[in-house]
Every structure is written in structure tokens, then in C-alpha cells.
Design a protein around this ligand. Structure first.
Ligand SMILES: Nc1ncnc2c1ncn2[C@@H]1O[C@H](COP(=O)(O)OP(=O)(O)OP(=O)(O)O)[C@@H](O)[C@H]1O
Ligand SMILES: [Mg+2]
Length: 378
């Protein structure tokens, strides 16, 4: 594995055959990420070069890359797709679709999301994770930095190295990973899909509060809190979020939701299932407000054909008219019921006021009268 050679040559055309490596996007637990352009079609990708110095870990990486072939088959709108994998100068790499530069982490740096947008965004994240779990893939590194937001769609990334994360996180070589989203059992190397459910609970908390539930001066302090401390909610977090977060972040995995689908249902009861969501054409309106499409992005695909619009147009008008008329009727009814109730309340207020005035004068009268009686003046 020759990184010096890598840095000297990675910009050369053909370093990765068929691609041109552009700027560095950043680095994380497992290596360095660069933006990539496929020369033949000009399309952008991201490539992660895996930095694994340890020989045992390197063997694990090579084994894990085998399963990347399977992951490349996963096609879901809420997942960053895996496009290719290979090795150059002894350095293994994974090519992913380019997911843009807006991560949920960056969005949350500006503060929490309004509840409806948090629910929309979280529903999409859950749909992505559900698609992984359906294929028996556990992510193990769910966090806002691994969730990308583009054109009102949330995509979960970095699921290709899930087993490696679970193998290394127990060693607590922190500074490499983050303990803020880690389920307590991960410390004992006992993680499974319910560890992802725990991390999702932390993410939902952070979406609503703008910060993670447990902080500390050291990594150990954070982990200790995950193991033993109760979650404290700010007043702004209401139901059903509170109960959902509490259950998702239960200390014992068996007390958590049994599936991501159940967690998603608890937060967005009316949301479609992951499969239905995968085929839905338009993004939900709430998240679209908060994450407007990038300039030049294609408009959302129309859900119905022009012929369907011809038929549905007048029907929708009638339905809308009836709905508005019903709304006005209901408002009038409420007002009619409220008027006598308000009058009654006013009358009661006035009566109480008059009784108070009367009592005041009686007391005043007695205060003057008593001394006079005492001195014998009738
Ligand atoms: N598919 C992608 N599309 C666009 N940007 C990406 C993609 N994958 C990674 N990046 C960006 O590259 C940088 C490094 O990512 P990387 O995944 O290595 O680190 P991380 O997400 O901070 O931590 P972790 O290693 O735990 O995932 C980040 O800024 C990330 O947003
Ligand atoms: Mg990442």
C-alpha cells in the first residue's frame, strides 16, 4: 500500500481506469474520499480509498469488498448507491454515486428541524435503512454525517463497510469514530440490526433538538451515559416523538422496536411502506420546503398522465369545493356555539365583580359602624 505514490499520481488520467479524480471531499474513519468523473459520460461519483494500515484489518477489508458486489445490487432512492470497487497501488477503493455536499450534519448545524420536516426526513432515512435490513445488512455507523440531502431526498450512505465498523468500534480507538450515536451493546461487540434502531433514535432526537442526547468531556463519559443515563427531553419535543425516541433508545436491545418499519410507523403513522415509498415519484412537501431543490435540478416528475389530469381535474375541483364549503360550515357552527358560551362567561364575570363590590361596601360599612357602637352611638 503505497500512499506516497498515491499522492504523487492520483490526478494522472487513468489512475482509476475510466475515471478522472477531481477534488478531495474529505476523510473519515476508513480513508479518503474524492470526487470522481466518469470520462465517458461526464457523470460525477465519489470514491473512497480505504486507509488500512493494520494487516488483519486489511484482510477484513478485502473480504468485505467481496460483499460490496452484493451491495451494488441494492437500488433504493434513500440509499447512496455503490457503483464499483477495485484496488489501485494496493489501496482498495469503493466508488459510490455522488450524493452532493449537504449532509444532515451540516443542516443541523443551523439548528433543529421543525417537527413535520424532521418526521419527513426521518421517514426517508428509515426507508433507506429498512432496505438494508431487508437484505440483512446492518449499517452500524448511522449518523447525520452519513446522511445526504439533495433535491428534498434523504439518502443514507457509507453502508458498504458496516462489518468493519462493528469490528473496530469495540477497540475504542476514538478520534476515528464517534460515540454519540453508538448503541450501548456495541461496546460488547454484540450489535445487530437493533443497534441501528438505537442510532436512528439518536438521530431523531438530534433532528428535533439540534444536538445529541448525551454529551461529555470524554468519549468514555458519553458511552457511560448511553449505558446508564435516562434521556432528558426539552419541552419542544412532544409526542409521538418522545415515546418513539425512548423506545428506539432503550438500553436493552430487546426493549427497542423490533424493526425499523415499526419505528417509522410510530413517528409517521400515515407514511407508506418502504416499497411504496421507493416507487413514489414526488418528495414529501414538508422536507421540500426546508431543503429546496438545488438550482437547475429537474422538476419533480408528475404523478399522473395528461389524460388522467383531464378526468381528475374537475373531480378534484368538486372535491376541493366540497371540502372548503364543509370547512366554512364547520367554522360557522363553532362560532354559533361559542357566542352564547362567551356571553354566559361574561355575565358570570360581571356577577362575580358585582358581588365583590357589594362585599367591599358591607365590610367598609362595618368598619365605620363597629367603633361607633363601641362608644355607644347607635
Ligand atoms: N457518496 C458521497 N457523495 C458525496 N460526498 C461524500 C460521499 N461519501 C463521502 N462524502 C464526503 O466525503 C467526506 C469524507 O467522508 P467519510 O465517509 O470518509 O467521513 P465521515 O462521513 O465524516 O465519517 P465515516 O467514515 O464515519 O463515514 C465527507 O465530507 C463526506 O460528506
Ligand atoms: Mg461517511
Amino acid at each position: 500500500m503505497d500512499w506516497e505514490h498515491f499522492y504523487r499520481h492520483y490526478r494522472n488520467p487513468g489512475f482509476i481506469p475510466g475515471y478522472e479524480i477531481l477534488n478531495k471531499l474529505g476523510s473519515g474513519v476508513f480513508g479518503e474520499v474524492y470526487k470522481l468523473r466518469k470520462t465517458s459520460i461526464g457523470k460525477f461519483y465519489a470514491v473512497k480509498f480505504l486507509r488500512v494500515e493494520d494487516e488483519a484489518l486489511r484482510n477484513a477489508v478485502v473480504r468485505e469488498l467481496e460483499s460490496v458486489k452484493l451491495l451494488a445490487q441494492v437500488d433504493h432512492p434513500n440509499l447512496v448507491s455503490i457503483e464499483d470497487q477495485g484496488e489501485v497501488e494496493g489501496i482498495p477503493y469503493i466508488v459510490m454515486s455522488y450524493a452532493g455536499d449537504r449532509t444532515l450534519k451540516r443542516v443541523l448545524e443551523d439548528g433543529p428541524l421543525p417537527a413535520n420536516q424532521a418526521a419527513d426526513c426521518f421517514g426517508q432515512i428509515c426507508a433507506g435503512v429498512e432496505a438494508l435490513h431487508e437484505r440483512s445488512i446492518v449499517h452500524f455507523d448511522l449518523k447525520p454525517a452519513n446522511i445526504y440531502l439533495k433535491d428534498a431526498i434523504a439518502r443514507v450512505g457509507d453502508y458498504g463497510l458496516s462489518k468493519l465498523v462493528s469490528q473496530t468500534q469495540h477497540s475504542l480507538s476514538f478520534g476515528r469514530g464517534t460515540p454519540y450515536y453508538m448503541a450501548p451493546e456495541m461496546l460488547k461487540r454484540r450489535g445487530d440490526h437493533r443497534s441501528d434502531i438505537y442510532s436512528l433514535g439518536v438521530i431523531l432526537f438530534e433532528c428535533l433538538c439540534g444536538e445529541v442526547p448525551f454529551r461529555g468531556d470524554t468519549e468514555w463519559e458519553v458511552l457511560r451515559k448511553h449505558e446508564s443515563e435516562e434521556i432528558r427531553f426539552p419541552a419542544a419535543v412532544v409526542e409521538p416523538f418522545r415515546s418513539a425516541i425512548r423506545q428506539a433508545m432503550a438500553k436493552a436491545p430487546e426493549d427497542r422496536f423490533s424493526s425499523v418499519a415499526a419505528l417509522r410507523q410510530a413517528v409517521t403513522p400515515a407514511a407508506p411502506t418502504s416499497r411504496a415509498k421507493a416507487t413514489a415519484a414526488a418528495p414529501p412537501p414538508g422536507i421540500a420546503e426546508h431543503f429546496p431543490p438545488a438550482p437547475g435540478a429537474a422538476p419533480p416528475v408528475a404523478a399522473a398522465s395528461p389524460a388522467a389530469h383531464l378526468v381528475l381535474g374537475p373531480v378534484r375541483l368538486v372535491v376541493e369545493g366540497v371540502r372548503q364549503a364543509a370547512g366554512i360550515g364547520w367554522a360557522i357552527l363553532v362560532a354559533l356555539v361559542q357566542i352564547p358560551l362567551r356571553l354566559l362567561a361574561w355575565a358570570l364575570h360581571v356577577a362575580v365583580f358585582l358581588v365583590m363590590v357589594l362585599i367591599f361596601f358591607i365590610v367598609l360599612h362595618l368598619l365605620f359602624k363597629i367603633p361607633l357602637i363601641l362608644v355607644g352611638i347607635p
